[in-house]
Design a protein around this ligand. Sequence first.
Ligand code: BTN
Length: 243
Amino acid sequence: MNIIKLNAIDSTNDFLKAMSQKNDIENYTIITAEEQTKGRGQQGSKWLSESGKNLITSILIKDAVGNIESIFCLNITVTVSIIEALKNINIPSLQIKWPNDIMSGNKKIAGILIENLIKENGKIDSIVGIGLNINQINFENLPKASSLKKIMKQDFDIEKILKEIVLNIQKNIQKINNNTIDDLWNNYHEILFRIGKPVVFENEDKEKFMGIIQRVNENGKLEVLLENDQIESYGIKEITMIY
Ligand code: BTN
């Protein structure tokens, strides 16, 4: 594995993006950092992580899917691959909070930020950013965050977990091309947080409403059964789950 280890950087996603735009770099080039000064999360949020304690990584995946419409398949692949690695070290109650927060019980332990670059030849380079809380135990002002150490009361080898995640991604990505992606979708839905249960959501106008999660569709939208018996699908920016 081609792992480039950095000490401090603004964001591993930004670093890898710039690197892949300048040079033709190898598929599965991996950047890791001890700390980020501008770690980015979903929807313009910040990703905070104590220096040296957690997995902060970005992985270049070239040409995972043929067209941008199928790009959510990559999210599913990465999410399930992380879950498999965590299951292997016995992390309990693993769930996926749509679209791809990794939870143990009610606590978020990892986040994924995938950014796609469409190149001139139409091919897609994906920058898969993963922040996994491993050995950090203080999460001041982050009541919904946790880590492997907080849950399991032991330290973990960060690089070993990274390598396992990457091997799982390499294995699972084959399923996108050989039409067995349904396996991954099934795995994803089996552990989708609050599936089939009444949940309170908030829309962009901050209005709250109730609904029951049905599934996530091929475009990555969440399908929710509303009180008027209609099923509505929502994109990532349109709703937040209150839990
Ligand atoms: C989320 O909001 O849940 C996604 C968090 C993604 C954080 C990772 S850490 C490594 C990579 N570099 C970044 O700037 N963000 C991602």
